[in-house]
Design a protein around this ligand. Structure first.
Ligand code: ADP
Length: 600
């Protein structure tokens, strides 16, 4: 559980703990010191009393003042000395009997108990100074007794002089000292508490900052920055967190980069790829897989795959992959929405948490290509068969007596020549197409005037046009300097002019040129019978003819426009056809004036 103010709570705990320890330490020190003070005062007072006692011993009268030789009046002497000193004075003889006491009237002296057993008196009787603190039964207060030997032997002579002072005097001094000590302790405690409060606050703040920086380590941004100063353990911890944050950031960056690269690769793959977990939930899917399955976007991670696509064959394939150890493969026909032929491969991924890697390879294009190739071969065979059959037929006719038929033999040979020319044209067009379709097909760029090229090509078609009474015109204009493959552009012009002349019975064939700084165009219009709308899109396909009989009759191969389209594609240009307002159609081709540099 997290407290609402972790920093404040940490500071409170630090502060209270330290303050308690400090108070305890101060109290102990004060107690020891008070005790020491008391002992010191006691010993100082004891020494003072001892000195006083020695003085008194010194002062002891040898005989009474009134009658020399007689024993002195000890009670009186003790009383007088005590008044002068302000202390109690007791004189004790060697038997322990009190012979004079400043606090006890003379007549009560005999009633006092023997003092020989009192500790201070016993020591003094033994010849050493002695002291004791005791409650005096005679005067009812605590007293400090100090007794010193006085050296007078025999009963009635002071063998011990004892001086006593009430302990209350000592306690008074002690109490005021004690008060001073407590005041000092309280002041120290207050000062230390303030200092401690500041220190623990600062410490707790630094720890809280480090905690926050550490907590932000796993989060995205901004990158945590812990304080590294001052250079103590917390500072070093801050530096460690910072270097950890830097390390973490660079590792995260590397992982992100790796992920982006992987996503980029997957996104641009021509195959559809999906990674599914053991329960069939999508972990990752690229756009291509979604497109193959007819979806607009990939499934979100966590989507059950069978919900994304309902295909019993795919479900079965995934199940088999999950149960097996090696990849399983199958060809599927998917309607998504048009028919697609797909090769699906599901590989079990044992080592990873993912369950299955599904790869969909779209065979539709390959299949279409295959079909196109088959159609092409069939078309070529068909195109070849007719002239070959005709050649064989006429050759056999000649051999079987036709050579002797003077009226017809020349006609037979002419047919043979025409069919050979047709075959030659077909082979030549096929070769051109094959050349243009080669992946490594290159253009030989040269700079020339397109107008001049058009005029030259038109010159070649003039005899044929004149024969059918066709006008062949080019609209006047400036030179159109282009950079292109001249022989191929010549071929484009030849094919378009050939068609225009071939398919126009009367009227004219007109060529127009134009362009701007980036592109150049050329239009070949005729007044022929035009092309029906349904065929316009298909006439650029190989072997597609609107009117097969007419085309063959005219020596057409059905490949001319497809060659034109290819040549323009290589020039990064295009060819289109439109119907004229009047009779006929207009073919227009255009391409960049300067070659477009390929990106790759
Ligand atoms: P072909 O050798 O048969 O002319 P092309 O590829 O050049 O083959 O043309 C394909 C078909 O397009 C032709 O068979 C013809 O039916 C039609 N076509 C092409 N050019 C014209 C045109 N100028 N006018 C009418 N039809 C045309």
């Amino acid at each position: 559980m997290r407290l609402s103010h972790p920093g404040a709570s940490l500071r409170n705990r630090l502060f209270l703990g330290h303050a308690l320890l400090l108070a305890l330490a101060l109290a102990t020190v004060t107690a020891i010191e008070t005790r020491g003070q008391r002992d010191w005062i006691l010993s100082r007072d004891r020494e003072a009393l001892e000195r006083t006692a020695h003085h008194l011993v010194f002062d002891l009268p040898s005989a009474g003042p009134a009658a020399p030789g007689a024993a002195p009046d000890w009670p009186d002497w003790a009383g007088r000395k005590a008044r002068g000193l302000g202390a109690r004075i007791t004189l004790i003889d060697s038997t322990g009997r009190v012979i004079g006491d400043s606090e006890v009237p003379r007549e009560e002296l005999p009633t006092l108990e023997n003092h020989a057993t009192r500790p201070e008196v016993r020591r003094a009787l033994a010849g050493n100074p002695g002291w004791a603190v005791r409650h005096s039964a005679s005067i009812g207060v605590d007293l400090l007794y100090v007794a010193v030997p006085a050296g007078r032997m025999g009963a009635g002579n002071p063998a011990v002089v004892r001086v006593a002072e009430p302990l209350a005097n000592i306690s008074r001094v002690n109490t005021s000292l004690l008060r001073l000590s407590f005041a000092a302790m309280a002041l120290t405690l207050a000062g230390m508490a303030l200092l401690l409060f500041w220190f623990t606050g600062r410490h707790a703040g630094r720890i809280r900052d480090l905690e926050e920086a550490a907590a932000r380590l796993g989060a995205d941004s901004p990158a945590p920055r812990a304080s590294e100063l001052p250079e103590d353990s917390l500072g070093r911890l801050g530096r460690a967190i910072n270097s950890m944050a830097g390390e973490l950031k660079s590792r995260l960056h590397a992982i992100e980069q790796e992920r982006d690269e992987r996503d980029l690769i997957l996104a641009h793959m021509s195959d559809g790829v999906a990674l599914l977990d053991r329960d069939g939930l999508v972990l990752h899917m690229n756009h291509r897989l979604a497109a193959i399955l007819g979806a607009t976007r990939p499934a979100d991670p966590g989507t059950p795959f069978p919900e994304f696509v309902r295909s019993p064959e795919l479900d079965d394939l995934l199940k088999r992959a999950r149960l097996g150890t090696s990849p399983v493969e199958t060809d599927l026909r998917l309607w998504s929405p048009q028919l697609r032929l797909v090769r699906a491969t599901a590989s079990p991924l044992r080592a990873s948490s993912a369950g299955v890697l599904l790869v969909l390879h779209d065979l539709t294009e390959a299949e279409t290509l295959n079909r196109v190739r088959q159609d092409f071969v069939a078309n070529v065979s068909h195109e070849l068969r007719t002239p070959l059959t005709s050649l064989r037929g006429y050759a056999e006719t000649l051999l079987e007596g036709g050579l002797d038929d003077a009226a017809h033999r020349e006609g037979f040979v002419r047919v043979i020549r025409d069919q050979t020319l047709r075959l030659q044209a077909l082979v030549s067009d096929l070769l051109s197409l094959a050349e243009l379709e080669r992946p490594e097909a290159r253009l030989n760029w040269e700079t020339f005037d397109l107008r001049e090229a058009v005029e030259r090509q038109m010159g070649a078609f003039r005899p044929a046009a004149r024969r059918t009474g066709l006008a062949l015109e080019i609209e006047p204009g400036p030179a159109e300097i282009v950079r292109a493959d001249r022989p191929r552009i010549d071929q484009v012009l030849a094919n378009l002019l050939d068609n225009a002349v071939k398919y126009t019975e009367r009227g004219e064939v007109r060529v127009r040129l134009g362009g701007d700084e980036s592109r150049v165009w050329c239009e070949v219009s005729d007044t022929g019978h035009g092309i029906p709308p349904g065929d316009r899109a298909r006439i650029f396909e190989r072997f597609y003819r609107v009117d097969k009989g007419r085309s063959r009759e005219q020596g057409g191969t059905g490949l001319g426009l497809s060659i034109v389209k290819h040549i323009l594609a290589l020039h990064r240009g295009d060819v289109t056809v439109r119907v004229n307002a009047g009779p006929g159609s207009t073919f227009r081709f255009e391409f960049p004036r300067v070659p477009v540099v390929r990106a790759s």
